[in-house]
Design a protein around this ligand. Structure first.
Ligand code: SAH
Length: 448
C-alpha cells in the first residue's frame, strides 16, 4: 500500500476479494495469546503470532484472528518490528478505508474541541491534536502550532499513509479549528522509527513551509478564560498570556513540549515574589510563565544553546518587569552541584529533565539520576521553597517517582510536603486499555 490509500471495500471481510486492500493478509494469533487484543490493547508482539497468511508489506493491513478462527479486527503489520501488529479497529466487518481514517482523525479533533481551556479556536494556540494509541491511531502524532500542523509517523502503518493523512488532517483541522491550515510539516526524526525499520524523515508534507520561528500564545494561570475566540488586539502581550517561540523544523519533539502546557500555568501560580530556578528549561516556558506570574528573579539552565537563544528572545519580547534573567548553558547536574558548593539558594525550582529511561534495563541508573538531581535541588531550596519536579519516563511509575523523591529528601535532610500532583495535559489523553500512554508525572511540593 505504498501509495498510502486503502481502497474502499464493500461489506464484510472476504466478500469482495477483488477490491480487497491487503491481498487477504491474516495475522493468526497463537492459542491463549488473544487476551490483550480482546482487552483492546493495540500492540501485538511477534511472540504472540502463530503465522502470517499472505505476504503483507510493512504497513499493510491484516485481519487479526484468534487461534479458534474468530476474527478480532484489523491491524497494520510490520514484520521488521517486535510489535508485529498494531490494532486499528475491533470491527472485523467494517473496512479500514478513507472514511475510517477520516473518522478517527475527526474524533481526535472533536475530543480537543470539547476540552475546556484549550483555546482550540485561538489563532496562535497550540496543542496535541492526535496522540497515537490514545486516539485509536497507533503510531500517529499530530501537533498544532497556530496555522501549522506537525506530523510524526512512528510506525510503518502510518508511514505508508502519511501523505494522505496529512491532507485529511489539514482539511479536518480547518473544520474543527475554524481556520485554514497553512501547512503540514513532518518531524519523523525519532529513534523509535529504527525499531520499525524506518529511516528518519523530515520535511514538508502538505501546503506551505513554516517560518523559522513561530510564536504560540499560552494563557497564564490566573487568566479568566482562554476558551473564546480572540478579540482583535495588539499582537505582542495580550493580558493574561505569554508568547512562546517554536521552531517546528528543528526544535525538540515537534517543536515544543505541549504536554507541559497546563503545568507551566499551574506551577507559575506559586512564583510571585520568588527567586525561580528553571532547570532543563528548553525554550524557557516555565520561566516565562513564572516571570509573568511575578517571580522576583529568574535563572534558567539547559544544555542546548539554540533552546536558550529562543528563551532569550521570548523574555526580550515579553518585556516583563523582572531583573535581567540569567540563562546558563550547562550540564544541569554539574551546574546544580557547583551552586550547592557555592551555597547559592532559590525559593522555587522547576526540574523537567529529559526521558532518562528508554528500556527496563536502564531503570536503576535512571532512578539514581532522578534522585541525584532532586537531592541537589532540595539542597538549593530555602525553607518554604517550592519544588516542581517531573519525570517523563513511562517506565518510572508515579509511585516509584514519589519513592525516589522521598529518598532524595531524606538524604538532603529536608521534608517535602506534596501540594499538587501533576500529569500530562488533557490533549494527551490516556486510554484505560493503553496505560502505557500515561508517561508524564510531576510533584509540586513545599520544602520544610
Ligand atoms: N521544561 C521544558 C521542557 C524540558 S525538556 C518546557 O516546558 O518546554 C528537557 C530539556 O533538558 C531539553 O531542553 C534538553 O536540552 C535539556 N537537557 C537534557 N540533558 C541535559 C543536561 N544534562 N543538562 C541540562 N539540560 C539538559
Amino acid at each position: 500500500m505504498a501509495q498510502g490509500l486503502d481502497p474502499p471495500i464493500a461489506g464484510a471481510y472476504g466478500c469482495r476479494m477483488s477490491s480487497y486492500p491487503i491481498n487477504g493478509a491474516v495475522l493468526h494469533l497463537k492459542p491463549g495469546r488473544d487476551k490483550p487484543v480482546r482487552g483492546r490493547h493495540p500492540w501485538i508482539f511477534s511472540g504472540a503470532v502463530a503465522r502470517m497468511e499472505g505476504a503483507p508489506a510493512p504497513g499493510d493491513l491484516a485481519m487479526v484472528r484468534a487461534a479458534d478462527g474468530q476474527s478480532l479486527g484489523w491491524a497494520t503489520v510490520n514484520d521488521r518490528s517486535q510489535i508485529l501488529g498494531r490494532m486499528l479497529s475491533w470491527e472485523p466487518e467494517a473496512p479500514v478505508d478513507e472514511a475510517f481514517w477520516r473518522g478517527r482523525l475527526g474524533e481526535a479533533m472533536g475530543l480537543r474541541a470539547a476540552l475546556p481551556d484549550l483555546g482550540l479556536r485561538r489563532e496562535d494556540g497550540a496543542c496535541r491534536l492526535v496522540n497515537a494509541e490514545s486516539d485509536g491511531l497507533p503510531g500517529l502524532v499530530i501537533d498544532r502550532y497556530g496555522p501549522y500542523l506537525v506530523l510524526q509517523a512512528l510506525t510503518a502503518g502510518i508511514d505508508v499513509r502519511k501523505a494522505a493523512l496529512a491532507r485529511w488532517a489539514a482539511e479536518l483541522w480547518a473544520e474543527a479549528g475554524g481556520r485554514a491550515c497553512a501547512g503540514v510539516y513532518e518531524r519523523s526524526d525519532v529513534d523509535v522509527r529504527a525499531k520499525e525499520g524506518l529511516a528518519e524523515a523530515v520535511g514538508p508534507l502538505w501546503g506551505e513551509a513554516a517560518p523559522d520561528v513561530l510564536w504560540i500564545r499560552e494563557p497564564l494561570g490566573r487568566a479568566a478564560s482562554d476558551a473564546t475566540v480572540d478579540p482583535p488586539q495588539a499582537e505582542s502581550l495580550k493580558p493574561g498570556t505569554v508568547l512562546l517561540p517554536v521552531d517546528i523544523r528543528s526544535g525538540h519533539k515537534t517543536g515544543a513540549y505541549l504536554d507541559q502546557a497546563d503545568n507551566r500555568r499551574r506551577v507559575a501560580r506559586y512564583a510571585a515574589g520568588r527567586r525561580v530556578l528553571n532547570v532543563f528549561s528548553y525554550t524557557g516556558g516555565f520561566g516565562l510563565h513564572a516571570a509573568a506570574g511575578g517571580a522576583a528573579a529568574l535563572t534558567q539552565v539547559d544544555s542546548s544553546g539554540p533552546a536558550l537563544a529562543l528563551a532569550a528572545q521570548a523574555l526580550a519580547r515579553a518585556d516583563l518587569p523582572i531583573a535581567a534573567p540569567e540563562l546558563v548553558e550547562a550540564d544541569a547536574f554539574q551546574q546544580l552541584r557547583r551552586w550547592r558548593d557555592e551555597g547559592r539558594s532559590f525559593d522555587m525550582i522547576v526540574l523537567d529533565p529529559p526521558k532518562f529511561v528508554m528500556n527496563a534495563g536502564q531503570l536503576a541508573k535512571a532512578a539514581r539520576a532522578y534522585k541525584d538531581i532532586n537531592l541537589l535541588a532540595l539542597k538549593l531550596l530555602d525553607r518554604g521553597g517550592i519544588l516542581a519536579t517531573f519525570s517523563c519516563s513511562g517506565l518510572v511509575s508515579a509511585e516509584f517517582f514519589q519513592q525516589i523523591l522521598h529518598g532524595a529528601a531524606l538524604d538532603a535532610g529536608r521534608d517535602l510536603a506534596i501540594l499538587e500532583r501533576l500529569g500530562q495535559g488533557a490533549d494527551h489523553p490516556v486510554r484505560l486499555s493503553f496505560p502505557e500512554g500515561a508517561y508524564l508525572k510531576g510533584i509540586l511540593g513545599r520544602v520544610a
